[in-house]
Write a protein that binds this ligand. Structure first.
Ligand code: NI
Length: 171
């Protein structure tokens, strides 16, 4: 069990592109994934990408039951995805509120493709291929953006819809 420090926006590593994972089923990859899972769970994240803990490799994890940071969203299957690729199935987009463990206490309204197909590999190198829509599709797009050095505020269309949770969602 190792909860790692999560890099915050402003750290230059978060702006870099990550490298393709060349070898599956290695102790180093297993350790990375374990650390990512521990870190995500400790922070109540809906997902986490390797660069957020300072590792520039194309590995993301996401999903796993109800998330207190995103109440009312449909469950996303718990997934470890390596070398992911995303295709949007059509041009339909929708806006939704996103947060990021690298940008604590803030939320922004971000357009994402509504329906996608994604693929990648599990830690043993088995192919994962799925279609997703809605929140599931949003989470995958958000996490995969991290692998190309893209953070959600870069995609906000109207900066007025970016702010602190405590102010945006005041009862
Ligand atoms: Ni994020």
């Amino acid at each position: 069990m190792a909860v790692r420090e999560i890099l915050k926006m402003g750290h230059p590593t978060l702006l870099q592109s990550s490298k393709v994972v060349a070898e599956f089923n290695t102790p180093a990859l297993e350790q990375l994934i374990e650390d990512m899972a521990d870190t995500m769970v400790a922070a109540n994240g809906a997902g986490l990408a390797a660069p957020q803990i300072g590792v520039l490799q194309r590995v993301v994890i996401f999903g796993g039951g109800e998330n207190p940071r995103y109440p009312g969203t449909e469950p996303v299957p718990h997934t470890i995805l390596i070398n992911p690729e995303i295709k949007h199935l059509n041009d339909s987009m929708e806006e939704g509120w996103e947060g990021c463990l690298s940008i604590p206490e803030m939320r922004g309204l971000v357009p994402r493709y509504r329906e996608i197909e994604y693929q990648g590999y599990d830690p043993q190198g088995n192919l994962i291929q799925r279609q997703a829509h809605g929140f599931h599709a949003r989470v995958v797009q958000h996490e995969c953006d991290h692998l190309d050095g893209v953070l959600y505020p870069f995609r906000i269309k109207d900066p007025r819809y970016f702010g602190f949770e405590s102010e945006l969602f005041k009862p």
